[in-house]
Structures are given as C-alpha cells and as structure tokens.
Design a protein around this ligand. Sequence first.
Ligand code: G1P
Length: 297
Amino acid sequence: MKEVKKAVIPVAGFGTRFLPATKATPKEMMPIVDKPIIQYIVEEAVSSGIDTIIFVTGRHKRAIEDHFDYAPDLEHTLEKAGKIELLELIREVSNLANFVYVRQKEQLGLGHAILTAEHVIGDEPFAVMLGDELIINQEEPGLKQLIDVYKKFGKSVLGTTEVPKEETYKYGIVEGSLIEDSIRLVNYMVEKPAPEEAPSTSAIIGRYVLTPKIFDALKRTPFGKGGELQLTDALMTLRQEEVIYSKDIVGKRHDTGNKIGYIKAIVDFALEREDTSEFMKNLILEKAKKLNEKVQD
Ligand code: G1P
C-alpha cells in the first residue's frame, strides 16, 4: 500500500470575512499570537508524516511562498546581531517540508482546487487540509489519526466531528454506520444541508485522506451548491465505486475562518503559552471583575 506523503492545502480564497485585513495579506497569514495560521496547518501535516505540501494558490498569495522560503537578508541581519534563536526559528519554517505551488486560475470551488493539483499528486493517496480549521492534539495530530485509519483499510477517510443541529448548513454532513469506536462506513454525504434536511450531525472538518480515484470522480461530478464543484459531491460519486470511511477526530478544534472563532483561538493559545499565560489570566480576571461590577451597579 502506498504511503500518504503529500498534502494539498487550498489557499486561493479571498478571505472577505476579514477585510480590510486581507486586502493585501492572505487570510492564511493572519497570526495566532506570533505564528501564521497556515504554519500551524503545515506543522500538523509534517508531524503526521507528510513530506510534500502542495499549495493551491491564487493571485495575491505571494506572502505564503515567501513565508516558507529562505529569507537571506533577514537571516543575515539576525546572524550579525547574534540573534541565533530567532535565526533558527525562521530557518526551521522553510525546512519543514518540500513546498509546491499550483495556481488555481479561477475559483470554481473546493473540488476544482483539488483537481488543479492532480498532476502533482499522480497515482497516490494524499491528504487535503483546509486552512480555516486548527486542530490541536500534540500526542496524535488530527491528520495522523486519519492516516492511521487509511493504513488499516486502504480507502478514503474523512475527518468528522459532531456539531449542533442548527449548524449543519456550514458543513458537509456525513451519514454512516459505526464499525468501530469513532470510525464509520459512509453511506451518504451532503454539502451544507439545512438542519431539517441534515441526515446526521456528523460534520466534515477540513481534514481528508483521499485515494487518487477522487480525480476521476471529480471530473464526472456536476457543479453543485453555490455553482461550485463540491468535493462532498465528488465523494458521493466515488462512494458508488469504493467504500469511504469517516473518523471522529480527537483534539481541540478552532474555526479561524470567522471573527469570533479567530478571537477565541488567540485567547486560547495566549492562555496556554508560557510567555503570555500569566498576563492573559490576569487580564481576563480583571475584565470579568469590571464587568461584574458594572452589572451590579
Ligand atoms: C468546506 C467543505 C465542507 C466542510 C468544510 C469544513 O466548506 O466544502 O464540506 O465541512 O469545508 O470547514 P467551506 O467551509 O470551505 O465552505
């Protein structure tokens, strides 16, 4: 069985929810404290055994390429100033993996973005990771949990989690038969159903391991919701030919694709980091006290 060594990360989107911040800066480069969101995703991939990252990019995304490249002038300045720790910190970023950039000329949906990477993937199983979702699990990275299921069954695996019924319209929703703890054999999938039409509350959360057969399935799938080529629809096409599994991912999940989720992620990370946790705790306590006083007035 071929190993999962490549991950496709689509990053061509405009990030309109974060304008004006994303007018000239890719949304993937927005930091959680001091590390861009996209670096967390790449680190999860690498610690899951991935060695090649394929970014499906668009216009105005050059900052991502620069972030994962050497920065000779900055490195030289840091070296001269004796800031060796910082020098190593930025060097490590470019040495994380092999990086490949494929340009998605028009934005026709997630399925279309994946299809754009076909010639780089070839005939291998591969991962897809969506940049809006951060999954934090130091012991067992989110993607690794899916790769382990792939190793067992040799078929596509979708990362899922339970969501509240009223939120099904935000996700691809999966209906499946539980075959072992947290692993399902997928019977049916639908992209962003209204709560009353959702077949379950098991939502796809931006991590996939796919067999290369998905490319043919994508080519045979008509454009769907929002006039876009949907990966979920293509997975339903693939489902006619080979079985697909889903696995509930264990870990803390942050949806950084919207303002509230982004703010929550920053607060959470700041509470956990050694250099900021004390300050953050005091700040929260102080604010809570003031709010309480206001309520009592
Ligand atoms: C995409 C997928 C959807 C999935 C979601 C997870 O939607 O199409 O099936 O549940 O990512 O974040 P998007 O959020 O890009 O609209």
